[in-house]
Design a protein around this ligand. Structure first.
Ligand SMILES: [Zn+2]
Length: 439
């Protein structure tokens, strides 16, 4: 079960509770709903909070685990003492959208400069980027993750962080190479080697260049001809090429360059992702111990347990601290989508960049803003009669759009709306459980 976050009346996070306990607290009037997403209660009755004297055991500290991805980041909160996933989420980033918006802005400004109009003097390439600079699209991904780490820290007692940092463990790779047991199926070292090869050969077949097919680890000098299991003798091939090559060496098969590519060491930097390292450095600033894991280990952990590939499950299996059996039944991940907050563009333009539309309208109508989660009760006298729950898109007339789970309703007036949660830059939905509770 996904647990419910609980805060005491002073907003100190308490141990998350089972949904049944949350229902009891609400029904008995001991707690009130603080946030709908993620669902959080605040105790109104201090007696319901566990005693805080020294004889009482403190609430168990939870571990927050992250699997950063370019489009989606998986988040899982785990209780290390009970091996239970307490809460999980997947954050969808808006990296491409940020890039598109900046491209659009650049075009408009460029056109304005060349028209010799006011306000936009010529600029020169005299701007220096500070050390550690990241493009805005990557910065936005990073900010999303850090926002959620900071929020979850306010909602539950966190004691440690885990993050997937690199694709493979060079140390383990090195040891495996020496011991020669290299790539045997099921070994952790085998998974690290596979990740290394995927990185080195760009996820393609080394012989025919096929992508999006299942790739097999292949010996450049075949085992039957005395080839070793060392990483420098391994490459990736599709099944067809692997079979066709048979007992030939790569050179005999007509691909001498493969041997050269396999022998050249892959620089650490090539497999290191700047964004993930930047995230790691900023996570350490929270003052909690940060455990790092490799992609190879995450995959190994997942495959050992025969689990489907989802971002939140991957997050739950990051790092060496992962217990042998993680309790994931009945967990519905919260699907969080970054939405941005309004547009700062003051003058709307047509496709050619010419200002021809009405000036930007007010963003606050009847106390509501775009992004607020509301419940609209439209009376029976209206053609749109009904009850709708969704995310509001403000229109200056007050007759707004409401994005519900089933679709967008147009022309819902703010006078019918009740706020459920103020816009915080994200949209929310409930994801499907990977494992239903009674399966
Ligand atoms: Zn091939």
């Amino acid at each position: 079960m996904s647990c419910v976050f609980v805060l005491d009346p002073q907003r100190t996070p308490l141990a998350p509770v089972h949904p049944g306990r949350a229902r009891y607290l609400l029904r008995a009037g001991h707690a009130a709903v603080l946030h709908r997403y993620p669902f959080t209660l605040i105790l109104t009755d201090p007696k319901e909070a566990p005693a805080t004297d020294a004889t009482e055991t403190p609430p168990p500290l939870l571990r927050l685990k992250l699997e950063p991805g370019s489009k989606t980041t998986g988040i899982a909160v785990i209780n290390d003492a009970t091996d239970q996933v307490v809460w999980a989420a997947e954050v969808s980033h808006r990296g491409q959208q940020v890039t598109d918006r900046l491209d659009q802005r650049r075009t408009v400004r460029h056109s304005r400069r060349s028209r010799h109009t006011r306000y936009r003097p010529a600029r020169f390439a005299n701007r220096r980027r500070p050390a550690g600079w990241l493009p805005p699209s990557l910065e936005s991904r990073l900010a999303n993750v850090l926002t959620w780490v900071a929020r979850l820290r306010r909602l539950c007692p966190l004691g440690a962080l885990s993050q997937e940092l690199v694709r493979f463990d060079t140390h383990l790779l090195h040891n495996a190479e020496i011991s020669g047991v290299a790539y045997q199926q099921g070994e952790l070292a085998g998974y690290e080697i596979r990740e290394y090869l995927l990185e080195k050969f760009h996820r393609t077949c080394a012989y025919c260049g096929a992508t999006n097919t299942s790739l097999e680890i292949e010996h450049i000098v075949p085992r039957s001809r005395g080839g070793t299991h060392r990483v420098s003798n391994l490459t990736l091939a599709c099944h067809a090429c692997n079979t066709a090559k048979g007992a030939q060496t790569a050179a005999e098969f007509g691909h001498p360059h493969v041997q050269a590519q396999a022998s050249a060491p892959l620089k650490d930097a090539a497999a290191v992702n700047a964004t993930r390292w930047a995230l790691y450095h900023r996570l350490t600033a929270f003052g909690l111990p940060v455990e790092t894991g490799t992609g190879g280990r995450t995959k190994w952990n997942r495959t050992q347990r025969q689990l489907p590939k989802t971002h939140w499950l991957d997050a739950a299996y990051v790092g060496a601290s992962t217990p042998p059996r993680v309790q994931v039944k009945g967990i519905h991940p919260l699907l969080i989508t970054a939405q941005g907050r309004h547009s700062r563009q003051m003058c709307r333009t047509n496709a050619a960049g010419f200002p021809d539309k009405a000036p930007k309208a007010t963003s606050v109508v009847g106390g509501f803003r775009t992004g607020d989660l509301v419940r609209a009760v439209v009376p029976a006298t209206s053609v749109k009669a009904g009850v709708y729950v969704g995310r509001l898109a403000i229109r200056a007339t007050g007759s707004c759009n409401l994005k519900t789970a089933t679709g967008t309703m147009q022309g819902i007036h703010v006078r019918y709306c009740q706020p459920l949660q103020r816009g915080d830059g994200y949209a929310y939905a409930k994801g499907d459980a990977a494992f239903p509770p009674h399966a």
